[in-house]
Design a protein around this ligand. Structure first.
Ligand code: TYD
Ligand code: MG
Length: 427
């Protein structure tokens, strides 16, 4: 039996929800379907779930084998869909994500609508959205209604509420040389970008029933990605989808234990939840454990140090120690609670960097990850440049607004301005 509709299910590390998504296809009232499970190199728990369904000949499994450090390079789910489409056989194409279920009559209703209206190429239906909390308990519910013919479906219709003909997908390919646009700027709303392509040829026709149900967890890509820049500054504490915590140090990610967080005077309330593509963009550096306390090569940067002998304060940066002038301590908003004491023998092993002085002078080097204002505009220091930064990104990175340093017009002259730190998505 040749399939009428091909379903492309994209999956990444959600074993329990993925199981429900697959089951929702198996119980469809219309059975002329094929399912392509496109797994983006998920953990073992997820691949084990997938394997338990592979006896069904209608189910195909492809593991992308993507390397974690390459995850940020394309909009992964769009790449997976582009890989799947040429392998599919159905007259119609339909998308599913691993956090969504189809209602049992979805395929039947949508395919019979398309069969009955041969000139219509794209249908969409209403969707129920459940908002879940960290414990995956439902805290709210809303509905996306399909009621109008949409000549602009972008950001209105969800990924999993659409079915379209293969014929129109081929028209997209002919015009754009790809089906979905998988460039990395599409991560936030790749479905919307593809809907724009489809809308070049036709409107979306509504089927006013709820035919799929999705969940929004605090860990879903869109919520995590909100106001997150493409780069996070050195010294930031980050956490991806697992419970592991990392420090970004010299543009590497270094795992840190909860014991070391305390010993090295990190503030756990400043851990930033990030997407896995952003986290894995940073190569793995050496773990921060007890050995950091006795080995200057392993001691993390962006730390405030007091010499137990001289009581002098230093800021560690680029594996150098930078003496902090007493007045600069206040201006830079350093806190007494952040001071780590270090014996002079270990401290002596660090090379001397330029001191941090209260007023910026010609040829000074600006310490990384401090907030500045010039007039009413915010800037973040990175790589000895000032990068304009939006208030929403400042809050997202949990940077402290009460330690903003106001720069005088004289001081501004000593700085280079870097590229602004931006967040955005294709509109
Ligand atoms: P999801 O978190 O559901 O995004 P949204 O916030 O828009 O609901 O992710 C969408 C899809 O992306 C989902 O099917 C899993 C897939 N995905 C990958 O294929 N690779 C990845 O690295 C990530 C992070 C997601
Ligand atoms: Mg989702």
């Amino acid at each position: 039996m040749s399939p009428k509709v091909s379903i492309i299910l994209t999956s990444y590390n959600r074993p329990h929800l993925l199981k429900k998504a697959i089951e929702s296809v198996l119980i469809q009232t219309m059975n002329k379907w094929e399912l392509f499970i496109m797994d983006d190199a998920s953990n073992k728990e997820t691949t084990e779930i997938i394997r338990s369904y592979l006896n069904d000949k209608r189910i195909h499994y492809i593991n992308s084998g993507v390397q974690d450090e390459d995850r940020h390079k394309t909009t992964r789910y769009a790449s997976l869909i582009n890989q799947a489409i040429p392998l599919t056989k159905g007259e119609y194409l339909s998308y599913l994500t691993d956090d969504t279920v189809y209602l049992p009559n979805r395929l039947q209703i949508m395919t019979s609508y398309l069969d009955k209206h041969p000139s219509i190429d794209i249908v969409y239906s209403s969707q129920k959205v459940q908002i879940l909390n960290d414990q995956l308990k439902s805290v709210a519910e809303r509905k996306r209604n399909a009621s109008r013919i949409l000549s602009k479906a972008a950001n209105v219709v969800d990924h999993c509420s659409v079915m379209h003909t293969r014929r129109i997908a081929e028209k997209v390919y002919k015009k754009y040389y790809s089906y979905w646009d998988d460039s990395p700027e599409c991560w936030h709303n790749g479905d919307a970008v593809f809907w724009m392509r489809l809308n070049q040829f036709q409107s979306f026709y509504p089927i006013p029933h709820v035919l799929d149900q999705t969940v929004k967890t605090p860990q879903c890509f869109q919520l995590l990605n909100r106001f997150l820049p493409n780069d996070v500054p050195n010294g930031t504490l980050v956490k991806g989808l697992t419970s592991e915590i990392y420090v970004i140090d010299q543009k590497k990610r270094r795992k840190i234990t909860s014991e070391m967080l305390i010993l090295l005077k990190y503030d756990s309330s400043k851990i930033v939840d990030v997407t896995d593509p952003l986290l894995f963009k940073y190569p793995l550096g050496p773990e921060i454990d007890q050995s950091a306390l006795s080995n200057h090569n392993l001691f993390p940067n962006q730390r405030l140090i007091k010499c137990t002998k001289t009581n002098q304060l230093y800021f560690l940066e680029n594996n150098q120690k930078r003496l902090i002038e007493p007045k600069a301590f206040k201006r830079f908003g350093f806190k007494l609670t952040e001071i780590i004491t270090m014996n002079p023998e270990l401290l002596a092993l660090f090379e001397n960097g330029l001191p941090i002085e209260v007023v910026f002078k010609p040829n000074c080097i600006c310490p990384d990850n401090f907030l500045f204002t010039i007039g009413s505009t915010y800037y973040l220091s990175m790589d000895n440049q000032l990068h304009q930064i939006d208030i929403n990104i400042i809050k997202r990175l949990k940077l402290t607004l009460n330690k903003v340093i106001q720069l005088s017009s004289n001081e501004v002259k000593h700085f280079k301005k870097g590229t602004p730190i931006k967040w955005g998505f294709r509109k």
